[in-house]
Design a protein around this ligand. Structure first.
Ligand code: PRX
Length: 651
């Protein structure tokens, strides 16, 4: 773990700590440290207590059944996630409170009160029913960040259908793979999406994706209109606004779901080429999401909560839709890019809506730092009282910049470590209790048992590093991998019996703080997005000119990691700059722009062990310009010298 140990050196020189201010502590939802002890002594009791913040159609009879690696939470309970996120607020004082404040990329905006949002969700629930969707059916959603995206998730939840959101930046092939894997019956998409003034041809991608799949109906939101060039296929495609007129204006009764009924699937990259459909349960997921809003995000009725993630990722599911809405908060949802039409866009939105909580990714903050403070200085950010980061380790100097320039030295920062699989924040401060150290996600939240262990699974002494593990089940944990329980068992519980392995390395400091060091498997974290090296390699070898490919993540100043591909070409194929461009585009076509390799290096051979395993660590060392250590396990050590020369030439 050479990359990790370099990072560790910088991190461990970090000695600054920041105590919660008296003012923040006084008003915090959680300001008594005893909550940690209470939760540790009786985790089931703690989670049962948190579950009371939701509205149940029928109370659960038992908190947990744990047959490792399978957990069941809140057994016997009946609940609905959309009812909890929307309808219950319509019945009380929040009826006319803003639920979603939506800001469109071209500057158009809309506000949905809880009552208005509820009506839209009911309409969409009727629409899905009319299209033949029933409880337990899968609905794939491929939309830009428009209100219909949040409404679609909630409508699925309301009728008990399982949603599977595919990020709008994925290609038609990636979309197709995800549709086929879960046998989706209906696809919800848009004619096109806006991105930096240009169009993303979502409908066109969708058309290519659904051919010969179980998709029977395609529901199309008109976001762009005529300019989109979208073609509708008679009998299969139907416009959202047209179907809208054909369904009743009556409330749609929420389906009473069992606690363990799946709420959604979300695909994520792993160490093999095929993405995994992570399955989340209804009650447990919702309890996790809702609890973290109250603990980590200190949510209040007066808050305006702005999370910059896309709902195509887990952060958007939990911290734009289910978490804030189940807590009755006001959430800001933004369609566009941070630099369109200008670099002050986020700060402008914070000022415009008086955002109080701002949650974003370290990669964005590094970009803002590069741009300089002039953009944010033009806006009033005084309403911000709490900041958050997620997706990758945050460098201490980036944390400090965020703290000083955005938080004006007063807003605490919650660095939240979690994953698609964990459903909600796992290692993060409680801002009214925990002292902060820049670069550390601090300690596990109440009710979560995280440890750092060595190769044998023994807990390391403070001051040491190892594997991050979660030793006890938690409500919002994934239940399985869709259609592949064996993969679930092997990936997450294969190394240590009954103990969840997230795939991250971590260091435990003398105060028991966790410092996350990054992935220890073949997963690259590009701008906070997980990409499997195997996925990119498969995309490359699919090209007729490519014989073999090895893909690694190398450190990158802004993205955290960037994708470098080492490629050997088939005999007789010429190494040209045009081919480099073509191969990059090929990967974009197979997966999506997020997987575009930063650089492609042609090589006559790849470094392999004598048992023919590609030595990715060596390739990473070359890409990061490090002196190569022991290469005695290499089948042919001379490969290294030619690779180093080739890498230099390509720079
Ligand atoms: O490596 C960790 C990193 O992101 C991975 C999870 O990615 P994903 O499932 O896409 O979810 C991202 C948003 C929750 C983790 O295995 N990661 C996430 N948050 C942090 C982090 N690494 C360090 N610090 C974090 N706060």
């Amino acid at each position: 773990m050479t990359t990790a140990s370099n990072k560790l050196d910088t991190l461990l020189q970090e000695t600054r700590t920041f105590q919660p201010s008296e003012a923040f502590r006084a008003q915090a939802n959680f300001n008594d440290v005893s909550v940690y002890e209470r939760a540790e002594a009786d985790p089931e009791g703690y989670w049962a207590e948190q579950a009371q913040h939701l509205t149940w159609f029928r109370p659960f009879e038992k908190v947990l059944e744990w047959n490792p690696p399978h957990a069941k939470w809140f057994i016997g309970g009946k609940i609905n996630a959309a009812y909890n996120a929307v309808d219950r607020h319509r019945e009380g004082a929040r009826k006319n409170k803003a639920a979603i404040i939506w800001e469109g990329e071209p500057g158009d905006s809309k506000v949905f009160t809880y009552d208005m949002l509820g009506r839209e969700v009911d309409k969409a629930a009727h629409m899905l029913t009319k299209l033949g969707v029933k409880k337990g059916d899968r609905v794939t959603i491929y939309l830009p960040m428009i209100p219909e995206l949040a409404i679609s998730l909630l409508a699925c939840a309301k009728i008990g259908a399982i949603h599977s959101v595919v990020f709008g930046g994925f290609s038609s092939k990636a979309l197709r793979e995800r549709i086929v894997d879960c046998d989706a019956k209906v696809l919800i998409t848009a004619d096109a999406g806006w991105r930096r003034g240009g169009l993303i041809p979502l409908k066109q991608n969708a058309d290519e994706a659904v051919v010969d799949t179980p998709v029977e109906k395609v529901l199309v939101v008109q976001r762009v209109g005529e300019q989109s060039g979208a073609q509708m296929q008679e009998g299969r495609d139907v416009y959202w606004h047209e179907l809208y007129k054909q369904v009743p204006n009556t409330p749609y009764p929420a389906e009473e779901m069992d606690s363990e009924d799946p709420l959604f699937l979300l695909y994520t990259s792993g160490t093999t080429g095929k993405p995994k459909g992570i399955v989340h349960s209804t009650a447990g997921y919702l309890v996790g999401a809702n609890t973290s809003l109250r603990t980590v995000f200190d949510i209040k009725d007066s808050d305006v909560y702005f999370c910059t993630a896309d709902i195509g990722w887990i952060t958007g599911h939990t911290y734009i839709v289910y978490g804030p809405l189940s807590a009755g908060a006001t959430v800001v949802m933004y369609e566009g890019a941070p630099d369109w039409p200008h670099r002050g866009r986020f700060w402008e939105i914070i000022e415009k809506y008086g955002a109080t909580i701002f949650y974003t990714a370290p990669t964005s903050i590094r970009t803002f730092m590069k741009w300089g403070t002039e953009y944010l200085e033009q806006y009033n950010l005084d309403t911000l009282r709490l900041l958050g980061t997620v997706g990758e380790p945050i460098n201490p100097e980036v944390w400090m910049w965020f703290h000083e320039h955005v938080g004006k030295g007063k807003a605490p920062i919650v660095d939240t470590w979690w994953q698609t699989e964990t459903g909600a924040a796992m290692i993060a401060p409680l801002p009214g209790i925990t002292s902060l150290k820049p670069g550390s996600a601090t300690r596990p939240v109440p009710g979560i048992s995280a440890k750092v262990v060595d190769e044998e699974g023994n807990e390391v002494e403070p001051g040491n590093g190892g594997y991050l593990v979660i030793t006890k089940p938690w409500p919002s944990m994934l239940r399985t991998v869709w259609g592949d329980d064996e993969r679930f068992r092997n990936t997450y519980f294969g190394k240590f019996q009954g103990i969840y392995l997230p795939g991250d390395g971590a260091h435990l400091d003398k105060d028991g703080y966790f410092w996350i060091l990054g992935r220890i498997d073949d997963v690259i974290n590009v701008s906070g997005h997980r990409i499997g090296t195997m996925e990119v390699e498969s995309a490359l070898v699919d090209h007729p000119s490519v014989a073999e490919a090895a893909v690694i993540g190398r450190s990158h100043e802004v993205k955290g990691q960037a994708i470098t591909a080492f490629v050997t070409l088939k005999d007789g194929v010429e190494q040209t700059p045009e081919l480099v461009a073509e191969l990059k585009q090929h990967v974009v076509g197979k997966i999506g722009a997020l997987a575009r390799p930063e650089e492609i290096i042609f090589t006559a051979e790849l470094p392999k062990t004598r048992s023919a395993k590609i030595m990715r660590r060596l390739l990473r060392d070359i890409a990061e310009g490090r002196v190569i250590g022991d290469t005695t396990t290499l089948a042919d050590p001379s490969v290294i010298d030619s690779l180093k020369t080739m890498y230099k030439d390509s720079e």
